[in-house]
Write a protein that binds this ligand. Structure first.
Ligand code: NAP
Length: 316
C-alpha cells in the first residue's frame, strides 16, 4: 500500500465531517469515486444534490461494498453496530482500510475491532477540527487545513495501512500524529470534552436563573457568555455519545478542574489579588502558545470584528 489515493471511498454518515472529507478529497484528487450512506433519505439526497457523493445508499453495507477505504462518520455510539452490519452482509472488500473520525478512541476500538474480518485493516482516527454546525451542508474543503489528525493504531494494527491513512489525511490538509487510543482520550478530555461540558453547563445555569432574566442574558451576552454559547450549540447526540464513551478520562479531568475552581473561589473569597493575577496571567500565556502554534489567530474578538467589517463592506 502506498500513496494517498483510493479507488472508492465510502463515507458512512455524511454530516459535517463526512462531507468535509469528501470536499477535501475531491480538492486533492484522492478518489476515483466517493459514495455514502446516512440514516435518513433526506441526507443522502442532499449529499447527492451537493455533489458530495457520486452514489448514495440507504444502508452502510451497500455503501461499503467494493470500497477500498470505508470511513465511519456517524456518532461514536453506533460505530460498532455499523461495522457489524457491514461485516454480516459480507460487504467488506478484501484488503480494504476501515477507519473512523469519532471524538473518542478506546471505546471505538473496543466496539469496532470484533467485527473487522481477516484481511480488512482497521485504523482508528480523529481529525481535531470541527465547527458547531451539523449535516451535509455544513462541510467545506478547508476544514482540516493545518489542523491535526490523530491516528490511534491498536496492538496488531497493520503498519502499511497506518502509513497509507496518514498520507491520506496529509493530502486532506492535516498534520498527522499517532498515539494510543487511551492517551488520545485523556488528551481530548481536557482539550475538548471538558470545555464542551463547561459550555453546556454555564449556558444552562444562565438559562435557569431567576433573578436575571433570559432576555437580559441574551441582550448582554457579548460580555463573554456568547463565546460559550457557540460551543454549547454543538450536536446533542454527538456529545451524549462522547461523554458516555469517555467516562473515566472526563471524570479524572473534571476532578482536576473542580480542585482548580475551588482554589479560584477561595482566592476570590479571601481577596487574594496576587493569586488571581497569577492564574489569569498563566491562562493568557497558554492562549499565546495556541496562536504561535497556528491553531488560532490573534484577530481581536476571535476575528469577529474583521468579519463584521467585511460583511458591512459587502453590503455596500
Ligand atoms: P453530523 O453532522 O451530525 O453527521 C452525522 C451523520 O451520521 C449524519 O449523516 C447522520 O445521518 C448519520 N447518522 C446519525 N445517526 C445514525 C445512525 N443511527 N445510523 C446511521 N447513520 C447515522 O455529525 P459530525 O459532526 O459530522 O460528526 C460525526 C462524527 O465525527 C462523530 O463521531 C463525532 O464525534 C466526530 N467528530 C465531530 C467533530 C465536530 O466538530 N462536529 C469533530 C471531529 C470529529 P442523518 O443526517 O440521516 O441523521
Amino acid at each position: 500500500m502506498s500513496g494517498a489515493k483510493f479507488e472508492r471511498i465510502a463515507l458512512i454518515g455524511i454530516g459535517l465531517i463526512g462531507s468535509s472529507i469528501s470536499h477535501a478529497a475531491r480538492r486533492a484528487g484522492l478518489a476515483d469515486k466517493i459514495v455514502g450512506s446516512a440514516r435518513t433519505p433526506a441526507t443522502v439526497k442532499t449529499a447527492l444534490d451537493l455533489g458530495i457523493i457520486d452514489e448514495g445508499f440507504q444502508t452502510a453495507a451497500e455503501a461499503a461494498r467494493d470500497a477500498d477505504l470505508v470511513i465511519l462518520c456517524t456518532p461514536v455510539g453506533i460505530c460498532g453496530a455499523v461495522t457489524k452490519e457491514i461485516n454480516d452482509a459480507g460487504a467488506f472488500r478484501d484488503g480494504a482500510i476501515l477507519s473512523d473520525v469519532g471524538s473518542v478512541k478506546a471505546a471505538i476500538v473496543r466496539d469496532v475491532l470484533p467485527h473487522v474480518p481477516e484481511g480488512v485493516h482497521f485504523v482508528a482516527g480523529h481529525p481535531i477540527a470541527g465547527t458547531e454546525q451539523s449535516g451535509p451542508e455544513a462541510g467545506f474543503a478547508e476544514l482540516f487545513d493545518n489542523r491535526w489528525c490523530i491516528l490511534t493504531p491498536h496492538e496488531g494494527c497493520d503498519p502499511s495501512a497506518v502509513e497509507k491513512l496518514s498520507a491520506f489525511w496529509e493530502a486532506l490538509g492535516s498534520n498527522v500524529e499517532t498515539m494510543t487510543p487511551e492517551h488520545h482520550d485523556l488528551v481530548l478530555a481536557i482539550t475538548s470534552h471538558v470545555p464542551h461540558l463547561i459550555a453546556f453547563n454555564i449556558v444552562n445555569t444562565a438559562g435557569h436563573l431567576e433573578r436575571v432574566t433570559n432576555s437580559e442574558v441574551i441582550k448582554f451576552s457579548a460580555g463573554g457568555f456568547r463565546d460559550f454559547t457557540r460551543i454549547a450549540a454543538s450536536d446533542p447526540t454527538m456529545w451524549r455519545d462522547v461523554f458516555l464513551n469517555n467516562k473515566e478520562a472526563v471524570l479524572e479531568m473534571l476532578g482536576r478542574f473542580s480542585e482548580d475552581l475551588t482554589a479560584l473561589q477561595r482566592a476570590i473569597r479571601f481577596g487574594e489579588g496576587e493569586t488571581l493575577h497569577k492564574m489569569f496571567g498563566d491562562a493568557r500565556a497558554l492562549r499565546r502558545g495556541i496562536i504561535e502554534a497556528g491553531q488560532d489567530t490573534d484577530a481581536p474578538d476571535f476575528g469577529r470584528r474583521a468579519s463584521v467589517a467585511k460583511d458591512e463592506a459587502d453590503e455596500d
